[in-house]
Design a protein around this ligand. Structure first.
Ligand code: CO
Length: 134
């Protein structure tokens, strides 16, 4: 049976990456591993390792994304929590069978990973992302 392995990352929506780094990098002393442009998500993502997990600063590169709308509505902040799973397809099937509402009924494939979002209506208001490293 599919199992959750760990928290892969916590994503924070930011309107200005340099301004966000004043806290996450400069004040806390965390190091940026790399910055990635993710065209499929229309965003730029700063990867900051924290132990075995990561903080991702997500900056939208287009106004028509969920993250851009989130920043417009709330001014940014914690956007989603990502759980790493060993078998995402099986986990999605299990969640569906347990009445959980999914944003992505099937996993999307990105370089190095498969991902799907669970609807916050089924998670006490937290947008949950599922990841399988491939
Ligand atoms: Co994410």
């Amino acid at each position: 049976m599919a199992k959750i392995k760990k928290i892969n990352h916590v994503a924070i929506a930011v309107s200005d990456i340099e301004n966000a780094l004043v806290f996450w990098r400069d004040a806390l002393g965390l190091s940026v591993d790399h910055v990635e442009n993710v065209p499929s998500q229309k965003s730029e993502v700063v990867f900051i390792p924290v132990g075995d997990s990561e903080i991702e600063l997500v900056h939208p590169t287009s106004p028509d994304t969920g993250v851009a709308k989130f920043i417009e509505d709330k001014g940014g902040g914690m956007h989603h929590l990502c759980l790493e799973v060993d078998d995402i397809e099986e986990m999605l099937t299990i969640l569906k069978s347990r009445g959980v509402r999914l944003i992505n009924e099937t996993a999307l494939e990105l370089p190095g990973r498969k991902m799907a979002f669970v609807h916050p209506k089924s998670t006490n208001g937290v947008l949950v992302e599922l990841y399988q490293i491939i």
